[in-house]
Ligand binder design. Structure first.
Ligand SMILES: [Ca+2]
Length: 92
């Protein structure tokens, strides 16, 4: 695993959210977040769709490389977009 980059910070936040929302509520929030961030045509989160929403995530300062590494983590089939099954897989 990479030890730097926004992706790790993002995941560090997960346990706290799980604690607050419960596992089921957390998955619901994550699912809502996914719909918000995804490219509607592709049904996946792409570099462009994620960059459009960096301010929503409080990540305005993230570089293209940071954004790419976030997407890579959820891109199970390697086509350059993070799919629902990659983003919503259990992180624990
Ligand atoms: Ca993909």
């Amino acid at each position: 695993m990479e030890s730097c980059g926004v992706g790790v910070v993002f995941e560090d936040f997960f346990p706290l959210m799980v604690e607050q929302l419960g596992a089921e509520g957390f998955m619901k929030e994550l699912s809502k977040g996914f719909r918000l961030l995804m490219d509607e045509e592709k049904g996946e989160i792409t570099l462009e769709s994620l960059k459009r929403n960096l301010n929503v995530l409080g990540l305005e300062g993230a570089s293209d490389e940071d954004v790419r590494s976030m997407i890579r983590e959820g891109d199970l089939d390697g086509d350059g977009g993070a799919g629902r099954e990659g983003v919503l897989r259990p992180h624990v």
